[in-house]
Write a protein that binds this ligand. Structure first.
Ligand code: BGC
Length: 449
């Protein structure tokens, strides 16, 4: 790659040796043909998914397309991949395990290893078996032991191929969307339910942590937290500060504090869960965007808060994400206080025409690079996502993939971000030339002059 403007000296931002470069995916969003989970039921209720869209074949991974997508990842120098296994396939009924489904995941893991890629497995990524939700899902006080049985089965079966486990993806989003905002199943808006769900998720994580370490000596177990800075809109206004702090406590702090010190503090309620103390070996950060918070007396349903995007930030195609790279630095500072290795387990933007993605990716990675230079132990970065996938209640309207997907033909469309990310992964660095070639607009703002 050549330096397009010799006036600007060629700088190289190197990442640490053995840094993991990959993408993150999830079973329900990629596999297709999933008919036995809380989400398959939810999709069929009218009004739940935008335009009545369906996950359908998704990226058709269940019939084997994961192979060609893993080839895409490998040939573009990714050396790791994070994916989830689908509880509803592995345990389709309370008393039945599906060994073929387990074998399918074993094949995927072998597929990654053969391609020289390190696997990370997520055990719960928003979806769960229909029978489990019928029993009250995570509101059931025994939910954590059901989860434990499933985790035991999976880890026993797959431990020869993987030792980095994410127990629960974004417990904070799962609770907020399913039990406070009512956008995910079961569609509740009830703080009492939310509190029992988060309590049981903490217990479920702790149970999984204990079991995984019993089964595998060198296991690393953590979660992936959706970290979202909430900044007071008016710096001088104590009410904006107070509300931002409450939202931050609920959303960003509660779960990881509980699995660090055994004390859950959520929605102004507290609970001691001693077994959860010190049950994380790494911190997974999913960082996408940042919100500004303003106190508003009329918005009692939203904790008296009104959210807006930071002034002058670039917005994604559907205005779902504001490009605020400084939030990545805040997320890393938050994670650092736990004194554990850190993985950026998700970061990405919806952008079908790849207009903003290259600069979004470079700017976020440069902030990661800066913190690694202050000796923060960041071990890897997982872009969300490899190929456009089913985006939950937003259906197919949002395109987060490096590769685009034509859902009617299953054809993959190579976006220019594929080449950008490939250059970064291949060289384990970001250089002036990469920035000039892929995001010339930000050259002056990101490079020292
Ligand atoms: C979730 C993914 C989702 C992504 C983009 C994350 O919060 O973990 O499942 O697709 O956001 O919407």
């Amino acid at each position: 790659m050549t330096n397009l403007n010799p006036q600007i000296p060629e700088a190289i931002f190197n990442f640490p040796d053995n840094f993991l470069w990959g993408t993150a995916t999830s079973s329900y969003q990629n596999e297709g043909n999933n008919h036995n989970s809380n989400w398959s039921e939810w999709e069929n209720i009218s009004g739940k998914i935008i335009n009545g869209e369906k996950s359908g074949l998704a990226c058709d991974w269940w019939s084997g397309k994961w192979k060609e997508d893993f080839n895409r990842a490998e040939s573009t120098y990714q050396n790791a991949h994070r994916f989830s296994v689908e509880w509803s396939r592995i345990q389709p009924e309370e008393n039945r395990w599906d060994e073929d489904a387990i074998e399918h995941y074993r094949q995927m893991l072998r597929g990654l290893i053969e391609r020289g890629m390190t696997p990370l497995i997520t055990l719960h990524h928003f979806t769960e078996p229909y029978w489990f939700s019928e029993m009250g899902g995570w509101e059931n006080s025994e939910s954590f032991s059901y989860f434990g049985k499933y985790v035991h089965k999976v880890v026993e079966a797959l431990k020869d191929y993987c030792n980095i486990w994410i127990t629960i993806n974004e417990p904070n989003v799962f609770v907020t969307m399913g039990f406070i905002e009512g956008i995910f199943p079961p569609g509740k808006t009830n703080l009492k339910s939310a509190f029992s769900v988060i309590t049981n998720l903490v217990k479920g994580h702790a149970k999984a942590y204990e079991l995984i370490h019993q089964l595998q000596q060198n296991a690393q177990v953590g979660t992936a937290t959706n970290y979202r800075p909430f900044l007071p809109l008016k710096k001088w206004n104590p009410l904006d500060h107070a509300i931002s702090k409450i939202i931050d406590q609920n959303f960003n702090q509660s779960f990881n504090n509980a699995i660090s010190n055994g004390k859950l503090n959520f929605a102004l309620k507290k609970q001691i869960i001693s077994k959860a103390k010190k049950t994380q070996d790494f911190i997974g950060i999913n960082y996408y965007t940042t919100d500004m918070i303003q106190f508003n007396l009329l918005r009692y349903k939203n904790l008296f808060s009104e959210m807006s995007w930071p002034l002058n930030s670039d917005l994604s195609e559907n205005k779902f994400i504001a490009n605020v790279p400084s939030g990545m630095t805040s997320a890393i500072h938050w994670a650092r206080k736990f004194n554990k290795p850190i993985y950026v387990t998700e970061n990405g933007i919806e952008d079908s025409n790849d207009l903003l993605r290259p600069s979004y990716m470079i700017e976020h990675l440069l902030n990661i690079w800066r913190t690694t230079n202050y000796i923060v132990p960041i071990k890897g970065y997982f872009y969300w996502t490899l190929v456009d996938n089913f985006e939950w209640e937003r259906g197919w309207t949002q395109r987060f993939g490096l590769w685009g997907l034509d859902i009617s033909t299953q054809l993959r469309i190579r976006r220019k971000s594929v080449d950008l990310y490939s250059e970064i992964c291949r060289t384990n660095s970001i250089s002036t030339s990469i920035i000039q070639n892929y995001a010339p607009r930000i050259v002056e703002s990101v490079l020292p002059t």
